[in-house]
Design a protein around this ligand. Structure first.
Ligand SMILES: Cc1ncc(COP(=O)(O)O)c(C=O)c1O
Length: 429
């Protein structure tokens, strides 16, 4: 018996082989869609050999924590959004916490200050406000746009109101023109939560480029993903530096003098000098490798989402007396994190009726995030001020849902979704 000889090749050759293998893997056919049996997912990762090879290269380089790739992802991301600086973190929730904390460190906010938030939103838009001792002011949303209602923002302003968090819900841009004008006249700061809206724009301006700070999430359900991940964007160098310090234990900026001295510390290694109380919310180079690859594809992926949304809108239009479809206002570019369906007031069926029907037909759906957040168990008794009775947010809490329009939804799946929804809605027409 002969022993197989191990062919010794160089690292670069092996990498090329690895890349070819990954390309072959991702070129394999996906399982065929079987109507009624295959699940129509709310979201899915759209990865190929580029992401997989990016991660492999990071592993093979031996550097897997925050490093060169995180820095490169930050630079590319800042450029894409049209901001000077981007600071990568481990989630969108961390991005929100750090963004608010840096405004406190900078003296722009202090404990007890009020922060205007949309009532219909996700938990970690508001949780960091409370975690930092700030006070949320819940404002109703616009019934068509599902975003914070500028009229209600005007009502909400008080002596201690200092910041407005404009959330671009479901990839639908908020009315930043009116919100910015209002904020400017009242001396309010504006921060944009773009966690659900990478690549959306308002009057030609990308979301994240209009407020003092913008935050993004790269969780799997989102328009571009790194599994988990987040980003803070800003034009202010001191804010970027504070964000970098906060994400890394609160330590002093690196890359300058190796040793630090003051009246108590003598020639102390700067890596162990903590200027503030921070967190560990760093992104790893493995994550950043995915982000770099995804950033090249996000525009094309968004176009696919927009195309699927157009398809649904056109075909579901006859049922608009029963169900409200997304509305894209002139000048806005929606990127459809999901496709919203809001049950009209006069419809004779409930959300549960519709969701059960969709479940039975293997079409995934979700309510509109937290619905009306101050009604959620964890927020009911927390400090906060509610402006009015929040009729729209409470309607959405009970009557809104969204379905998937991710870039992998193909023609057969789209046809099936429309047929299924039509079958349900026809009963009530
Ligand atoms: C508006 C909004 N903000 C913040 C987050 C938090 O992002 P992450 O899941 O990355 O922590 C989400 C999550 O979906 C969100 O929808």
């Amino acid at each position: 018996m002969t022993t197989p000889t191990l062919q010794v090749r160089g690292k670069e050759d092996l990498k090329k082989e690895l890349k070819k293998l990954l390309e072959t893997f991702y070129a394999l056919e996906e399982d065929p869609f079987i109507p009624g049996q295959s699940k129509i997912q709310l979201s899915t990762t759209v990865y190929d050999a580029e992401e997989a090879m990016g991660v492999m290269e990071a592993i093979l380089s031996g550097w897997i924590t925050q490093g060169r790739l995180v820095q490169s992802f930050e630079q590319k991301y800042a450029e894409w959004v049209g901001r000077r600086y981007a600071v990568a973190v481990n989630s969108g929730s961390s991005a929100n916490l750090i963004a608010l904390d840096l405004l406190m460190q900078d003296g722009k906010l202090k404990s007890g200050d009020e922060v205007i938030v949309p009532a219909a939103t996700f938990a970690t838009v508001v949780a960091p406000v409370l975690q930092l001792g700030l006070k949320p002011v819940y404002v109703d949303v616009d019934p068509k746009m599902l975003n914070i209602d500028p009229h209600q923002v005007e009502e909400a302003m008080g002596r201690r109101t200092k910041l407005l968090i404009a959330v671009h819900t479901l990839g639908y841009p908020a009315d930043m023109t009116r919100l910015s004008k209002l904020a400017q006249s009242a001396g309010l700061l504006v921060m944009e939560d773009c966690c659900e809206s990478h690549g959306a724009s308002h009057r030609g301006r990308p979301v994240g480029s209009m407020g003092l700070l913008g935050t993004f999430s790269f969780f799997v359900a989102h328009n571009m993903t790194t599994g988990e991940g987040g980003m803070i964007v800003t034009d202010t160098l001191s804010h970027a530096s504070l964000a970098r310090s906060l994400r890394e234990f609160g330590r002093m900026p690196q890359g300058g003098e190796r040793y630090y001295s003051d009246d108590r510390l003598s020639y102390y290694d700067s890596r162990q000098v903590f200027e503030r109380r921070g967190y560990n919310m760093r992104m790893t180079d493995l994550t950043a490798a995915c982000g770099i690859a995804q950033l090249k594809k996000v525009e094309a992926m968004n176009e696919k989402r927009r195309e699927a949304a157009r398809y649904y809108c056109e075909r579901l239009r006859p049922y608009e007396t029963l169900i409200q479809l997304p509305v894209e206002q002139p000048g806005n570019r929606h990127v459809y994190y999901g496709f919203s369906l809001v049950i009209q007031k006069k419809s004779p069926f409930s959300r549960m009726d519709l969701v059960s029907f969709l479940d039975d037909h293997k079409i995934e759906s979700r309510p509109l995030f937290g619905g009306c957040l101050p009604d959620q168990p964890g927020f009911r008794k927390a400090p906060g001020r509610i402006v009015g009775k929040l009729p729209v947010s409470r309607w959405l809490r009970d009557n809104a849902l969204f379905i998937g329009v991710h870039p992998k939804i193909n023609e057969a799946e789209r046809v099936y979704v429309v047929e299924t929804l039509s079958k349900f809605l026809e009963r009530y027409r």
